[in-house]
Design a protein around this ligand. Structure first.
Ligand SMILES: [Cu+2]
Length: 164
């Protein structure tokens, strides 16, 4: 009788020990999970902030610019790149269109239009400077009736001007 009672006590103590261990390990896993979650969400929000700052600072625009050839391309791009805040300017000889990236805090679209017009080239908004145009090499003296921005982007606007 005495022996079997002892045995029983020992068994129930074992059960208690096991359940304590289980609770302990669950607690540790929970803390680790929280820590890694915190780190991840912190990193994610930092990345997002950087992207938003970049988007606010930089603007990409495109508009029509008349011109004929590779020499025109050099002159037009040089004029646009000469504007402070412009980081990239690429004129497309086939589409008669320029794409410009610039810092919004340093300049705006009209400054770029005017800089290109000063170099002798027509843009969608500003007519090219006549003196500069007359000073261009003969092959670069483009037709003032030339269609600009031939990408289809501005075609809807053109239609409203032409009554169809
Ligand atoms: Cu040219």
């Amino acid at each position: 009788m005495n022996f079997s009672k002892k045995n029983h006590e020992h068994k129930s103590q074992n059960v208690i020990d096991v359940s304590k261990k289980v609770i302990l390990s669950v607690a540790v896993v929970a803390v680790m999970g929280l820590t890694s979650c915190k780190n991840e969400s912190k990193q994610a929000s930092e990345t997002t902030t950087t992207e938003i700052t970049k988007e606010i600072a930089m603007a990409d625009i495109s508009f029509g610019v008349r011109g004929n050839c590779g020499m025109c391309k050099n002159t037009i791009e040089k004029a646009a790149n000469g504007v402070e805040g412009v980081s990239n300017a690429t004129w497309d000889v086939d589409k008669k269109k320029i794409e410009v990236s610039f810092e919004e805090t340093k300049t705006d679209a009209m400054v770029i239009h005017n800089a290109i017009a000063d170099s002798g080239y027509d843009t969608e908004k500003v007519a090219g400077n006549e003196e500069a145009y007359n000073g261009l090499p003969g092959c670069c003296q483009y037709d003032h009736d030339m269609e600009m921005n031939q990408s289809g982007e501005k075609k809807d606007d053109d239609h409203s001007n032409h009554d169809h």
